[in-house]
Design a protein around this ligand. Structure first.
Ligand code: BJW
Length: 225
């Protein structure tokens, strides 16, 4: 039995809950410029545009329900006699809706962040440019998400888990964004067995020992069973 399993999830696990991925055909980056909505420079240039993007995503996430893949991971986390650590790049909150705990390395739509004092609070469903922080009152409220060029959250904690896991799984992620794309190599270096679950090959498929090809709602419950 593995004492510790680390599972990295990406946008693909939520695709069958109706939430668009980023880089698949017709995905979010086909409709929105990364430079405008997913960089601190884009937010500084046109905060209203970025807020519209995240307000839309927040509304879609609020209306979405977890699918069989989220449910299977929550069940694994409940039932596995060892530790199951879910690290998600997703900001949609669907792991929590399924009853799991997850480390949110790219933040969450559920909270707002003050760019001036780093205070966090429950996000309103619609954020607007220039909104004030309830703690320091600076007009510096922003979505609590990690944009390109910013440091992902909880990296020390994640590195510690990668150092002592026996199994590492990646589900529905394209392997195009670092540092998450490097986790499989870190886990391998620690001696973990690695498995990828995806509709197709990702940029990091070559680094995995095992591959389960298919929609997450089918392959994840099968892997967990
Ligand atoms: C299914 C499915 C189904 C579909 N079933 N599967 C070179 C080396 C190392 C690093 C870099 C480098 N060059 C640049 C960098 C840094 C940069 C980076 O990686 N850039 C790349 C483009 C190269 N990274 C960063 O800037 C990160 N920070 C950092 O490195 O900090 C250190 C540092 C700081 C300061 C200075 C210097 C260094 C931060 C990255 C932040 C990413 N942010 C976003 C937005 C988050 C908020 C939001 O949600 O809007 O995170 S971008 C976007 O991509 C989002 C995602 O979490 C992330 C990953 O996407 P994901 O989840 O993989 O989705 P897709 O769409 O790409 O793939 C979907 C997959 O699902 C596909 O494979 C499908 O096949 C599959 N799929 N349906 C199963 N039903």
């Amino acid at each position: 039995m593995a004492d510790k399993i680390v599972i990295l999830t990406g946008a693909g696990i939520s695709a069958e809950s109706g939430l668009g991925t980023f880089r698949d055909e017709g995905g979010l980056w086909a409709q929105h410029r990364i430079e405008d909505v997913a960089t601190p420079q884009g937010f500084a240039r046109d905060p209203a545009l970025a807020h519209r993007f995240y307000n839309m995503r927040r509304a879609e996430a609020a209306a979405a329900a977890p699918n069989a893949a989220h449910d299977a991971l929550a069940q694994l986390q409940r039932d596995w006699p060892g530790e199951v650590v879910i690290v998600t790049q997703n900001v949609d909150g669907l792991h929590e809706k399924a009853g799991a705990r997850a480390i949110h390395m790219h933040g969450t739509l559920a909270t707002a962040l003050c760019a001036a004092c780093a205070h966090r609070w429950d996000s309103p469903s619609e954020m607007a440019p220039g909104a004030s922080c309830p703690a320091c009152h600076a007009p510096a409220a922003r979505p609590d998400v990690v944009w390109f060029g910013e440091m992902p959250y909880h990296m020390d904690e994640i590195s510690d888990h990668l150092l002592d896991c026996e199994i590492f799984a990646a589900i529905g992620t394209s392997g195009q964004v670092y540092p998450a794309a490097g986790f499989v190599q870190e886990a391998r270096n620690s001696g973990a067995r690695t498995v990828e679950m995806n509709l197709r090959d990702s940029d990091t498929s070559h680094a995995f020992d095992d591959h389960l090809v298919g929609p997450a709602s089918k392959v994840v419950p099968r892997w967990v069973a």
